[in-house]
Design a protein around this ligand. Structure first.
Ligand code: AVJ
Length: 323
């Protein structure tokens, strides 16, 4: 077997997903500056590391969004149409959707995620706890157009996109995503979306440079994956985590910095690194209420209502599709 075939034989993913990872990794590491897509952080280990991040004292977004959903869930649910279908883009744990389901007479829940197995387990748990709810999981990449299940065709649609996942998109991608969500959900749709806010640089910096080093391990995990799934030979001790706030572009940038001159091989390709050279692994855009409102408007939505915590750390918005 050649190197490529060996790597694929040892892969833990279906072939199709492994080859997409292989293609993206080779393309992205061939760019100047080098980069890797944040979507590859989330294998089983990466998802666990992210869960650990959400519990860190420095990482305010998850607990702040949860507190908004907990405190204002009744208010948020009250403006949604009765008997709606809730469509969650990129459904992970069901903690957040449960905070809405508690308060509203939702008829159907449609979690959309690339990971089918996880989706099915979550769907079963929800069916148990909300017997009146019909649950229709869709296995799809929510960033590309997908079809809604025919069973919800006649119901009013409400999108749900929590967690400030929107922050991973470039502004033009965020706009394209919101437009596509509007097309998928259709005429008269609404959307509930969680967006992280711009704030004191120190607070942002610490949230992505935690003292326990969990974010560093999360960042390095993408190299662990390349080693395991694509037969790479990254020396993990030769790269360090760096997260900085880019004030002009309103975003946290995560990088993996090569400590020395080195060459790394994967799938029969060699990549050389200069000392201090970066692999740009993630952007996490932060919005002001004003810039988010403008983004929503330019993407075919009107902000109907916005909720924030008392310190204005995080925001949750109710959007209505503009005609
Ligand atoms: C899941 C994209 C919202 O940007 O804060 C957390 C990912 N990266 N710590 C974020 C993340 C480093 C997270 N999002």
């Amino acid at each position: 077997m050649n190197v490529h075939a060996t790597a694929l034989a040892h892969a833990h993913l279906p072939d199709e997903q492994t080859s997409a990872f292989a293609r993206d990794a080779i393309d992205d590491l061939s760019q100047h500056p080098k980069r890797l897509s944040p979507k590859y952080f989330y294998d089983a280990a990466g998802s666990e590391l992210f869960e650990a991040i959400t519990r860190l004292p420095e990482y305010y977004p998850t607990r702040t969004e949860l507190s908004i959903l907990r405190d204002r869930g009744g208010e948020i649910a009250a403006i949604l149409p009765k008997g709606a279908a809730l469509v969650e883009f990129g459904a992970g744990a069901t903690t957040k959707i449960r905070l809405l389901l508690q308060h509203c007479a939702v008829a159907a829940y449609v979690p959309v995620d690339i990971s089918g197995d996880f989706l099915k387990a979550q769907a079963d748990a929800l069916r148990r706890d909300f017997p009146a709810l019909s649950v229709h999981p869709v296995t799809a990449d929510f960033t590309t157009p997908f079809a809604l299940p025919p069973a919800i065709a006649s119901l009013p649609k409400v999108g749900f996109f929590p967690g400030s996942t929107l922050g991973n998109f470039e502004p033009h991608e965020a706009c394209a995503f919101l437009r596509s969500a509007r097309d998928i959900l259709g005429h008269g749709a609404q959307m509930i979306i969680g967006v992280d806010l711009e704030k004191d640089e120190r607070v942002l910096h610490d949230a992505y440079n935690d003292a326990a080093g969990v974010t560093a391990r999360f960042n390095l995990n993408v190299l662990v994956r390349i080693n395991r799934e694509l037969g790479g030979n990254f020396d993990l001790s030769a790269f360090t985590h760096r997260a900085i706030y880019n004030r002009e572009r309103h975003r946290i940038e995560m990088h993996l910095i090569s400590k020395r001159q080195q060459a790394v091989r994967m799938l029969g390709t060699s990549f050389s690194f200069r000392p201090g050279e970066s692999i740009h692994t993630e952007n996490s855009y932060k919005y002001s209420l004003e810039r988010f409102t403008t983004l929503a408007r330019s993407s075919g939505w009107t902000v109907r209502e916005s909720w924030t915590d008392k310190d204005q750390m995080f925001s949750v918005h109710a959007l209505v599709a503009s005609d």
